[in-house]
Structure formats: structure tokens, C-alpha cells
Design a binder for this molecule. Structure first.
Ligand code: SAM
Length: 233
């Protein structure tokens, strides 16, 4: 993946911030996102049983996906996340957890199922598009690309500066405070997300915007696109 240093927040910095978040207990007791059920259904319908989960975190989604019979490799830049996962899944073969990015996978690796939940949003627009395209390139012919990613319409919080806008509506912010202080985070417009996925993919579940109210006293709501594409066989 070409990250070329653009924008604020190298992958090392992103990893450090997420290590801190997981040490504070982020996601530890959270249920899976609803999209997990859809991923399981669509994978089963096609007889897909293995894959890759990019940015797997500490397991709120990876664990139920694996329990449903999907043998997914978990990839994450956060060592803290992977340590927590090893504790939750002590029998997991060591090669099923990889610390790093898509660049750290063996050359030519392909997976019937590639899942990215709230990961293709770290960095600038260009960096996020590159990440989506690289993830798509890892999908085997006939396989599925399953994406949940920040959507425009989110009430962005806490304090931040908008550092990039585009006529399609997509935007990037740099937080001034909070756990992502100094980092760039991208919010996709619908057409932008559709266009970021290569042309040899057909939507199986068209991008759907899911809105969740923040837990008060945090204000407003958060929006995510959820979508699944199939690569041409
Ligand atoms: C918002 S969390 C989501 C975690 C998990 N998908 C979930 O829903 O519980 C984003 C995760 O992506 C990881 N991450 C960020 N950039 C990454 C990259 N380039 N490659 C792999 N993991 C990354 C972070 O360490 C973090 O664990």
C-alpha cells in the first residue's frame, strides 16, 4: 500500500493510539456489529469458509465470525489488540494472527473473504482509497469484500479541523483532542465508496448507511456505510 507519508498519522502512530485504546478496554465488552450476521449469511450462501479480517481489533467481530465456521486470519497494527485476542482464543494457530498491514502479507496472498470493519478510514482520502483498492486486490475470484466504513452525515466529534473536502461530499478531519488527536480520519460519500472499489466487483449488499446515536453525554450520531461486493469469478 502506498501511504507516501501524506496526511497526519503514520501507521506506527495509528498503532500506538489503538494500543492505548485497547489498554483502556475499548470494545472489550461490546457485542459484534450487526453486519457480522450478513457476512456469515453471504459467505455461507457461496460456500466460502476462509479469509482475512483487516483491522480485526480485540475480537468483538472476529470471534463470532470464527465461531460461525469462518477461518479468518486476523490482521492488525495493534500488538495490544492481538494479545487480547490470543487470550480470548488460546487454541488459535499462531499463523491466524498477523501484526501489521496488508503490506506484511505474503506476496500473492489471496482470500475468498476479505473483511474490513472501521479500518479503511484511517488517513487521508488518497490513503483510504488505496487501502480499499489493495484490500480488493486480495480477494480471490468469486470471493467477497465486506466493508464497514465511516460515512458522511456523521456528526463529527470531538473538536477537529476539516483538512480535505471533495465535490462528491467525502471529507477528512484531523482531530484536535481525544484519543485520535493529530490523526487524519476520513468519511466516505456513497458514490466515492462505490468508485473506490475496482470495476470487477459487483455489489451483493449495496452501500447502506447505518446511523448510531452516541452514548450521552457525547453528542449526535455516527454513520457508517456497510456493503458487500463480489469479485468476478
Ligand atoms: C475502529 S477499530 C475497529 C476494530 C474492529 N474491526 C472492530 O470493529 O472491533 C480499527 C482497527 O484497525 C486497526 N488498524 C488501523 N489501521 C490499520 C492498518 N493500516 N492495517 C491494519 N490494521 C489497522 C487498528 O489498530 C484498530 O484495531
Amino acid at each position: 500500500m502506498d501511504v507516501d507519508g501524506s496526511g497526519a498519522g503514520t501507521e506506527g502512530e495509528v498503532a500506538e493510539r489503538w494500543d492505548d485504546e485497547y489498554r483502556r478496554g475499548r470494545y472489550r465488552d461490546e457485542p459484534p456489529v450487526a453486519m457480522v450476521e450478513t457476512v456469515i449469511e453471504e459467505a455461507r450462501a457461496r460456500g466460502l469458509r476462509s479469509g482475512l479480517y483487516i483491522g480485526c481489533g480485540n475480537g468483538r467481530n472476529l470471534v463470532p465470525l470464527r465461531e460461525a465456521g469462518l477461518d479468518l486470519v486476523g490482521l492488525d497494527v495493534s500488538g495490544e489488540a492481538l494479545e487480547a485476542l490470543r487470550e480470548r482464543l488460546p487454541d488459535l494457530p499462531p499463523d491466524r494472527l498477523v501484526r501489521g498491514t496488508v503490506d506484511d502479507l505474503p506476496p500473492g496472498a489471496r482470500f475468498p473473504l476479505v473483511v474490513g470493519i472501521q479500518v479503511f478510514q484511517h488517513g487521508t482520502r488518497a490513503r483510504c482509497h488505496d487501502h480499499v483498492r489493495t484490500a480488493a486486490g486480495l480477494v480471490s475470484p468469486g470471493g467477497l469484500l465486506c466493508v464497514r466504513v465511516n460515512a458522511v452525515g456523521t456528526h463529527v466529534h470531538p473538536e477537529h479541523d476539516v483538512v480535505e473536502t471533495h465535490p462528491d461530499g467525502g471529507l477528512t478531519v484531523r482531530y484536535r483532542v481525544g484519543p485520535k488527536k493529530g490523526l487524519d480520519v476520513h468519511f466516505f460519500a456513497e458514490d466515492e465508496l462505490r468508485a473506490a472499489v475496482p470495476a470487477d466487483f459487483e455489489p451483493v449488499v449495496a452501500p447502506t448507511r447505518v446511523t448510531e446515536r452516541r452514548v450521552p453525554p457525547a453528542p449526535g450520531h455516527w454513520c457508517q456505510w456497510e456493503a458487500i461486493w463480489q469479485r468476478a469469478a
